[in-house]
Ligand binder design. Structure first.
Ligand code: ATP
Length: 387
Protein backbone atom coordinates (compact mmCIF):
# COMPACT_ATOMS: atom_id res chain seq x y z
CA UNK A 1 0.00 0.00 0.00
CA UNK A 2 2.83 2.43 0.80
CA UNK A 3 3.81 2.82 -2.82
CA UNK A 4 0.19 3.64 -3.68
CA UNK A 5 0.38 6.78 -1.57
CA UNK A 6 1.77 9.90 -3.09
CA UNK A 7 2.83 13.19 -1.57
CA UNK A 8 5.77 15.49 -1.95
CA UNK A 9 7.02 14.09 1.32
CA UNK A 10 6.50 10.41 0.60
CA UNK A 11 9.54 8.19 0.25
CA UNK A 12 9.30 6.49 -3.09
CA UNK A 13 10.22 2.94 -3.96
CA UNK A 14 13.10 1.86 -6.14
CA UNK A 15 11.68 0.43 -9.37
CA UNK A 16 12.88 3.33 -11.53
CA UNK A 17 16.25 3.40 -9.79
CA UNK A 18 16.86 -0.29 -10.44
CA UNK A 19 15.94 0.08 -14.10
CA UNK A 20 18.15 3.17 -14.39
CA UNK A 21 21.12 1.36 -12.85
CA UNK A 22 20.62 -1.46 -15.30
CA UNK A 23 20.49 1.06 -18.15
CA UNK A 24 17.12 -0.25 -19.23
CA UNK A 25 14.78 2.65 -18.69
CA UNK A 26 11.70 2.37 -20.82
CA UNK A 27 8.98 4.95 -21.37
CA UNK A 28 6.31 5.16 -18.70
CA UNK A 29 3.01 4.18 -20.24
CA UNK A 30 0.45 6.66 -18.91
CA UNK A 31 -3.24 6.73 -19.75
CA UNK A 32 -4.17 10.34 -20.46
CA UNK A 33 -7.75 11.58 -20.28
CA UNK A 34 -7.61 15.25 -21.31
CA UNK A 35 -11.28 15.70 -20.29
CA UNK A 36 -13.57 18.50 -21.43
CA UNK A 37 -14.25 22.12 -20.49
CA UNK A 38 -10.85 23.47 -19.43
CA UNK A 39 -9.49 19.90 -19.44
CA UNK A 40 -7.75 19.95 -22.83
CA UNK A 41 -6.16 23.34 -22.07
CA UNK A 42 -4.73 22.37 -18.70
CA UNK A 43 -3.76 18.84 -19.71
CA UNK A 44 -2.03 20.14 -22.86
CA UNK A 45 0.07 22.45 -20.69
CA UNK A 46 0.85 19.68 -18.22
CA UNK A 47 1.96 17.22 -20.89
CA UNK A 48 4.41 19.82 -22.27
CA UNK A 49 5.80 20.43 -18.78
CA UNK A 50 6.21 16.70 -18.13
CA UNK A 51 7.89 16.15 -21.49
CA UNK A 52 10.39 18.93 -20.71
CA UNK A 53 11.02 17.62 -17.20
CA UNK A 54 11.43 14.15 -18.66
CA UNK A 55 14.01 15.31 -21.19
CA UNK A 56 15.97 16.97 -18.41
CA UNK A 57 15.95 13.96 -16.14
CA UNK A 58 16.09 11.05 -18.58
CA UNK A 59 12.45 10.08 -18.26
CA UNK A 60 10.16 9.41 -21.17
CA UNK A 61 6.42 8.97 -21.43
CA UNK A 62 4.23 7.00 -23.75
CA UNK A 63 0.85 8.74 -23.57
CA UNK A 64 -2.29 6.72 -24.31
CA UNK A 65 -5.01 9.32 -24.91
CA UNK A 66 -8.74 8.77 -24.49
CA UNK A 67 -11.89 10.84 -24.47
CA UNK A 68 -14.51 10.18 -21.82
CA UNK A 69 -18.00 11.47 -21.12
CA UNK A 70 -20.05 13.37 -23.70
CA UNK A 71 -17.08 13.73 -26.12
CA UNK A 72 -16.51 10.01 -26.12
CA UNK A 73 -20.20 9.24 -26.50
CA UNK A 74 -20.41 11.34 -29.65
CA UNK A 75 -17.65 9.29 -31.25
CA UNK A 76 -18.11 5.80 -29.87
CA UNK A 77 -21.58 5.65 -28.24
CA UNK A 78 -19.77 4.80 -25.00
CA UNK A 79 -19.28 7.25 -22.14
CA UNK A 80 -16.21 5.36 -21.03
CA UNK A 81 -14.79 3.42 -23.98
CA UNK A 82 -13.82 -0.18 -23.32
CA UNK A 83 -10.34 0.64 -24.62
CA UNK A 84 -9.98 3.25 -21.86
CA UNK A 85 -10.78 0.71 -19.16
CA UNK A 86 -8.27 -1.68 -20.71
CA UNK A 87 -5.62 1.02 -20.93
CA UNK A 88 -5.92 1.93 -17.23
CA UNK A 89 -5.92 -1.74 -16.32
CA UNK A 90 -2.72 -2.31 -18.31
CA UNK A 91 -0.86 0.91 -17.46
CA UNK A 92 -2.09 1.16 -13.86
CA UNK A 93 -1.48 4.92 -13.89
CA UNK A 94 -3.64 7.64 -15.42
CA UNK A 95 -3.54 11.41 -15.56
CA UNK A 96 -6.99 12.85 -15.92
CA UNK A 97 -8.45 16.26 -16.70
CA UNK A 98 -11.98 17.14 -15.54
CA UNK A 99 -14.95 15.55 -17.28
CA UNK A 100 -18.29 17.36 -17.04
CA UNK A 101 -21.11 15.58 -15.23
CA UNK A 102 -24.57 16.77 -16.23
CA UNK A 103 -26.58 18.19 -13.30
CA UNK A 104 -29.93 16.66 -12.40
CA UNK A 105 -30.05 14.07 -15.20
CA UNK A 106 -28.05 12.52 -18.03
CA UNK A 107 -25.22 10.05 -17.57
CA UNK A 108 -23.54 9.13 -14.26
CA UNK A 109 -20.34 10.86 -13.24
CA UNK A 110 -17.36 9.54 -15.20
CA UNK A 111 -15.11 10.42 -12.28
CA UNK A 112 -17.17 8.40 -9.81
CA UNK A 113 -17.55 5.49 -12.25
CA UNK A 114 -13.78 5.21 -12.76
CA UNK A 115 -13.09 5.41 -9.02
CA UNK A 116 -15.57 2.62 -8.35
CA UNK A 117 -14.51 0.46 -11.30
CA UNK A 118 -10.85 0.44 -10.20
CA UNK A 119 -11.66 0.50 -6.48
CA UNK A 120 -9.67 3.70 -6.01
CA UNK A 121 -10.75 3.93 -2.42
CA UNK A 122 -8.45 6.69 -1.24
CA UNK A 123 -8.78 10.23 -2.51
CA UNK A 124 -5.63 12.02 -1.38
CA UNK A 125 -5.65 15.84 -1.55
CA UNK A 126 -2.77 17.84 -0.09
CA UNK A 127 -3.61 21.50 0.55
CA UNK A 128 -0.63 23.79 0.91
CA UNK A 129 0.21 27.43 0.18
CA UNK A 130 2.42 28.20 -2.76
CA UNK A 131 5.38 30.47 -1.99
CA UNK A 132 4.84 34.14 -2.76
CA UNK A 133 1.09 33.86 -3.25
CA UNK A 134 -0.64 36.18 -0.79
CA UNK A 135 -3.71 34.63 0.80
CA UNK A 136 -5.71 35.27 3.95
CA UNK A 137 -4.32 32.04 5.39
CA UNK A 138 -0.54 31.65 5.12
CA UNK A 139 1.12 28.52 6.45
CA UNK A 140 -1.59 26.00 5.61
CA UNK A 141 -0.32 22.45 5.26
CA UNK A 142 -3.03 19.85 5.60
CA UNK A 143 -4.15 16.74 3.80
CA UNK A 144 -7.65 15.53 3.07
CA UNK A 145 -7.99 11.74 2.97
CA UNK A 146 -11.43 11.09 1.57
CA UNK A 147 -13.21 7.74 1.26
CA UNK A 148 -13.82 7.53 -2.46
CA UNK A 149 -16.17 4.63 -3.20
CA UNK A 150 -19.06 4.64 -0.70
CA UNK A 151 -21.38 7.01 1.13
CA UNK A 152 -23.94 8.88 -0.93
CA UNK A 153 -21.82 8.37 -4.06
CA UNK A 154 -22.93 4.77 -4.53
CA UNK A 155 -25.59 6.14 -6.88
CA UNK A 156 -28.54 4.28 -5.35
CA UNK A 157 -31.25 6.86 -5.87
CA UNK A 158 -34.86 6.39 -6.79
CA UNK A 159 -38.12 8.19 -7.17
CA UNK A 160 -40.49 6.30 -4.88
CA UNK A 161 -43.56 8.10 -6.19
CA UNK A 162 -43.75 11.41 -8.04
CA UNK A 163 -42.64 14.06 -5.59
CA UNK A 164 -40.68 11.69 -3.34
CA UNK A 165 -37.07 10.66 -4.09
CA UNK A 166 -34.58 8.81 -1.92
CA UNK A 167 -30.83 8.21 -1.92
CA UNK A 168 -29.06 5.43 -0.07
CA UNK A 169 -25.96 6.22 1.92
CA UNK A 170 -23.82 3.10 2.17
CA UNK A 171 -21.07 2.84 4.76
CA UNK A 172 -19.26 -0.44 5.35
CA UNK A 173 -16.86 -1.63 8.00
CA UNK A 174 -14.42 -2.72 5.29
CA UNK A 175 -14.53 0.63 3.45
CA UNK A 176 -14.27 2.70 6.61
CA UNK A 177 -11.47 0.62 8.09
CA UNK A 178 -9.31 0.65 4.97
CA UNK A 179 -9.56 4.43 4.49
CA UNK A 180 -8.79 5.01 8.17
CA UNK A 181 -5.80 2.66 7.89
CA UNK A 182 -4.62 4.50 4.77
CA UNK A 183 -4.75 7.84 6.65
CA UNK A 184 -2.93 6.55 9.71
CA UNK A 185 -0.26 4.68 7.75
CA UNK A 186 0.34 7.79 5.66
CA UNK A 187 0.57 9.94 8.81
CA UNK A 188 3.00 7.51 10.45
CA UNK A 189 5.21 7.32 7.37
CA UNK A 190 5.35 11.08 6.84
CA UNK A 191 5.37 12.09 10.48
CA UNK A 192 2.06 13.90 10.52
CA UNK A 193 0.84 14.26 14.06
CA UNK A 194 -2.94 14.53 14.13
CA UNK A 195 -5.95 13.00 12.41
CA UNK A 196 -9.47 14.40 12.67
CA UNK A 197 -12.30 12.11 11.59
CA UNK A 198 -15.07 14.30 10.15
CA UNK A 199 -18.65 13.14 10.60
CA UNK A 200 -22.29 13.89 11.29
CA UNK A 201 -22.84 10.92 13.58
CA UNK A 202 -25.15 12.93 15.81
CA UNK A 203 -27.72 12.73 13.01
CA UNK A 204 -26.55 9.73 10.92
CA UNK A 205 -26.00 7.48 13.89
CA UNK A 206 -25.67 4.20 12.01
CA UNK A 207 -23.69 5.22 8.90
CA UNK A 208 -21.40 7.93 10.27
CA UNK A 209 -21.46 6.07 13.57
CA UNK A 210 -19.89 3.03 11.86
CA UNK A 211 -17.35 5.25 10.10
CA UNK A 212 -16.27 6.64 13.48
CA UNK A 213 -16.20 3.25 15.19
CA UNK A 214 -13.81 1.96 12.52
CA UNK A 215 -11.63 5.08 12.62
CA UNK A 216 -11.41 4.88 16.42
CA UNK A 217 -10.44 1.20 16.29
CA UNK A 218 -7.66 1.87 13.76
CA UNK A 219 -6.48 4.89 15.79
CA UNK A 220 -5.73 2.61 18.73
CA UNK A 221 -3.01 0.92 16.64
CA UNK A 222 -1.28 4.29 16.14
CA UNK A 223 -0.83 5.73 19.64
CA UNK A 224 1.78 8.25 18.48
CA UNK A 225 -0.81 10.01 16.27
CA UNK A 226 -3.39 12.18 18.01
CA UNK A 227 -6.96 11.32 17.05
CA UNK A 228 -10.00 13.59 17.31
CA UNK A 229 -13.51 13.75 15.88
CA UNK A 230 -15.18 16.90 14.54
CA UNK A 231 -18.73 17.28 13.28
CA UNK A 232 -18.67 18.41 9.66
CA UNK A 233 -20.60 21.67 10.07
CA UNK A 234 -18.37 22.70 12.96
CA UNK A 235 -15.36 21.71 10.81
CA UNK A 236 -16.43 24.25 8.16
CA UNK A 237 -16.49 26.99 10.78
CA UNK A 238 -13.20 25.82 12.31
CA UNK A 239 -11.54 25.77 8.89
CA UNK A 240 -12.49 29.41 8.36
CA UNK A 241 -11.56 30.52 11.91
CA UNK A 242 -8.46 28.42 12.58
CA UNK A 243 -7.44 26.03 9.78
CA UNK A 244 -3.96 25.64 11.28
CA UNK A 245 -5.33 23.25 13.92
CA UNK A 246 -5.78 20.58 11.23
CA UNK A 247 -3.15 18.17 9.94
CA UNK A 248 -5.00 15.24 8.31
CA UNK A 249 -8.77 15.30 7.73
CA UNK A 250 -10.20 11.80 7.42
CA UNK A 251 -13.61 12.04 5.79
CA UNK A 252 -16.32 10.01 4.18
CA UNK A 253 -17.09 10.71 0.54
CA UNK A 254 -19.45 13.71 0.39
CA UNK A 255 -17.89 15.65 3.27
CA UNK A 256 -14.49 15.20 1.64
CA UNK A 257 -15.77 16.65 -1.62
CA UNK A 258 -17.22 19.72 0.06
CA UNK A 259 -14.30 20.29 2.42
CA UNK A 260 -11.85 19.99 -0.51
CA UNK A 261 -13.36 23.03 -2.22
CA UNK A 262 -13.44 24.91 1.08
CA UNK A 263 -9.79 24.09 1.75
CA UNK A 264 -8.85 25.07 -1.82
CA UNK A 265 -10.23 28.50 -1.01
CA UNK A 266 -7.84 28.81 1.93
CA UNK A 267 -4.74 28.57 -0.28
CA UNK A 268 -5.86 30.53 -3.36
CA UNK A 269 -8.63 28.55 -5.03
CA UNK A 270 -9.49 25.53 -7.09
CA UNK A 271 -6.85 26.34 -9.69
CA UNK A 272 -4.17 25.10 -7.32
CA UNK A 273 -5.08 21.98 -5.39
CA UNK A 274 -4.03 18.55 -6.70
CA UNK A 275 -5.36 15.11 -6.01
CA UNK A 276 -4.74 11.39 -6.39
CA UNK A 277 -7.24 8.54 -6.48
CA UNK A 278 -5.43 5.52 -5.12
CA UNK A 279 -6.27 1.84 -4.98
CA UNK A 280 -4.26 -1.32 -4.59
CA UNK A 281 -3.89 -1.88 -8.35
CA UNK A 282 -4.22 1.49 -10.12
CA UNK A 283 -4.00 5.21 -9.52
CA UNK A 284 -5.66 8.13 -11.29
CA UNK A 285 -4.26 11.60 -10.74
CA UNK A 286 -6.62 14.56 -11.16
CA UNK A 287 -7.13 18.06 -9.81
CA UNK A 288 -9.83 18.86 -7.27
CA UNK A 289 -11.51 21.28 -9.68
CA UNK A 290 -14.17 20.49 -12.25
CA UNK A 291 -14.43 21.42 -15.91
CA UNK A 292 -15.03 25.14 -15.22
CA UNK A 293 -17.36 25.75 -18.18
CA UNK A 294 -17.45 29.50 -17.41
CA UNK A 295 -13.83 29.90 -18.54
CA UNK A 296 -13.44 26.93 -20.91
CA UNK A 297 -11.85 27.60 -24.29
CA UNK A 298 -10.68 31.08 -23.30
CA UNK A 299 -7.09 30.22 -22.44
CA UNK A 300 -7.60 31.50 -18.88
CA UNK A 301 -7.51 28.31 -16.84
CA UNK A 302 -4.83 27.83 -14.24
CA UNK A 303 -3.04 24.53 -14.94
CA UNK A 304 -1.30 24.49 -11.53
CA UNK A 305 -3.71 22.01 -9.94
CA UNK A 306 -3.22 19.43 -12.68
CA UNK A 307 0.53 20.16 -12.75
CA UNK A 308 0.73 19.45 -9.03
CA UNK A 309 -1.37 16.31 -9.56
CA UNK A 310 1.22 15.28 -12.16
CA UNK A 311 3.92 15.87 -9.55
CA UNK A 312 2.11 13.41 -7.29
CA UNK A 313 2.00 11.01 -10.23
CA UNK A 314 5.74 11.35 -10.88
CA UNK A 315 6.46 10.52 -7.25
CA UNK A 316 4.10 7.56 -7.47
CA UNK A 317 6.09 6.16 -10.40
CA UNK A 318 9.34 6.89 -8.58
CA UNK A 319 10.48 9.69 -10.88
CA UNK A 320 11.55 11.89 -8.02
CA UNK A 321 13.99 14.15 -9.92
CA UNK A 322 11.38 14.97 -12.53
CA UNK A 323 8.80 15.59 -9.79
CA UNK A 324 11.14 17.91 -7.91
CA UNK A 325 11.98 19.80 -11.08
CA UNK A 326 8.34 20.45 -12.01
CA UNK A 327 7.47 21.46 -8.44
CA UNK A 328 10.48 23.78 -8.30
CA UNK A 329 9.45 25.37 -11.61
CA UNK A 330 5.90 25.98 -10.38
CA UNK A 331 7.09 27.41 -7.08
CA UNK A 332 9.63 29.71 -8.76
CA UNK A 333 6.89 31.20 -10.95
CA UNK A 334 4.68 31.83 -7.90
CA UNK A 335 7.61 33.25 -5.95
CA UNK A 336 8.34 35.70 -8.78
CA UNK A 337 4.61 36.52 -9.00
CA UNK A 338 4.88 38.05 -12.48
CA UNK A 339 3.18 35.47 -14.69
CA UNK A 340 0.21 34.27 -12.69
CA UNK A 341 -3.24 33.44 -13.99
CA UNK A 342 -6.31 35.56 -13.23
CA UNK A 343 -7.83 33.28 -10.61
CA UNK A 344 -4.84 34.08 -8.37
CA UNK A 345 -4.68 37.78 -9.17
CA UNK A 346 -2.44 37.77 -12.26
CA UNK A 347 -3.01 38.60 -15.92
CA UNK A 348 -1.42 35.63 -17.66
CA UNK A 349 -3.24 32.98 -19.64
CA UNK A 350 -2.74 29.22 -19.45
CA UNK A 351 -0.01 29.19 -22.12
CA UNK A 352 1.94 32.11 -20.67
CA UNK A 353 1.92 30.49 -17.27
CA UNK A 354 3.08 27.20 -18.77
CA UNK A 355 5.89 28.97 -20.66
CA UNK A 356 6.97 30.66 -17.43
CA UNK A 357 7.15 27.28 -15.68
CA UNK A 358 9.22 25.87 -18.55
CA UNK A 359 11.65 28.77 -18.27
CA UNK A 360 11.75 28.49 -14.50
CA UNK A 361 12.57 24.80 -14.79
CA UNK A 362 15.40 25.67 -17.11
CA UNK A 363 16.66 28.49 -14.90
CA UNK A 364 16.40 26.27 -11.91
CA UNK A 365 19.52 24.62 -13.13
CA UNK A 366 18.34 21.03 -13.03
CA UNK A 367 17.55 21.06 -16.71
CA UNK A 368 19.98 20.82 -19.57
CA UNK A 369 19.70 24.25 -21.13
CA UNK A 370 19.84 22.88 -24.64
CA UNK A 371 17.07 20.37 -24.12
CA UNK A 372 14.66 23.04 -22.96
CA UNK A 373 15.67 25.72 -25.40
CA UNK A 374 15.45 23.34 -28.34
CA UNK A 375 12.10 22.07 -27.17
CA UNK A 376 10.97 25.62 -26.64
CA UNK A 377 12.14 26.64 -30.06
CA UNK A 378 10.40 23.65 -31.63
CA UNK A 379 7.18 24.43 -29.80
CA UNK A 380 7.30 28.07 -30.75
CA UNK A 381 8.02 27.10 -34.36
CA UNK A 382 5.17 24.61 -34.23
CA UNK A 383 2.82 27.26 -32.86
CA UNK A 384 3.83 29.67 -35.61
CA UNK A 385 3.41 26.98 -38.25
CA UNK A 386 -0.05 26.11 -36.92
CA UNK A 387 -1.03 29.74 -36.36
P1 ATP B 1 -17.28 19.73 -10.02
O1 ATP B 1 -18.55 19.63 -9.23
O2 ATP B 1 -17.29 19.02 -11.32
O3 ATP B 1 -16.05 19.45 -9.18
P2 ATP B 1 -17.46 22.53 -9.54
O4 ATP B 1 -18.92 22.76 -9.49
O5 ATP B 1 -16.71 22.47 -8.24
O6 ATP B 1 -17.14 21.26 -10.44
P3 ATP B 1 -15.55 23.90 -11.13
O7 ATP B 1 -15.70 23.49 -12.53
O8 ATP B 1 -14.45 23.29 -10.37
O9 ATP B 1 -16.92 23.71 -10.41
O10 ATP B 1 -15.45 25.47 -11.06
C1 ATP B 1 -15.77 26.25 -9.91
C2 ATP B 1 -15.21 27.67 -10.09
O11 ATP B 1 -13.79 27.62 -9.99
C3 ATP B 1 -15.54 28.26 -11.45
O12 ATP B 1 -15.79 29.64 -11.33
C4 ATP B 1 -14.27 28.02 -12.25
O13 ATP B 1 -14.05 28.97 -13.25
C5 ATP B 1 -13.17 28.10 -11.18
N1 ATP B 1 -12.06 27.21 -11.54
C6 ATP B 1 -12.06 25.87 -11.44
N2 ATP B 1 -10.90 25.38 -11.89
C7 ATP B 1 -10.16 26.41 -12.29
C8 ATP B 1 -8.85 26.55 -12.87
N3 ATP B 1 -8.07 25.49 -13.11
N4 ATP B 1 -8.41 27.79 -13.17
C9 ATP B 1 -9.16 28.87 -12.91
N5 ATP B 1 -10.40 28.83 -12.38
C10 ATP B 1 -10.89 27.61 -12.06
Amino acid sequence: MAEMMADSEMVAGTAAGVAEAAGTRSAHKITLIPGDGIGPEVSGAVVEILEAAGRATGVSFDWHRFDAGADSYEKTREYIPKALYESIEANRVALKGPVTTPVGGGFSSINVTLRKKFDLYANFRPVKNLPGLQTKYPGIDLVIVRENTEGLYVGLEQEIVPGVATALKVVTEKGSTRIARFAFEYARKIGRKKIHAIHKANIMKKTDGLFLTCAKRVAEEFPEIAYAEHIVDNTCMQLVMNPWQYDVLLTENLYGDILSDLCSGLVGGLGLVPGANLGTECAIFEAVHGSAPDIAGKGLANPTALMQSAVLMLRHIDEIRAADLVQAGIEDVYRAGKTLTRDVGGKAGTMEFKEAVLLAMEAHGAMEAHGVMEAHGAMAAGAVARG
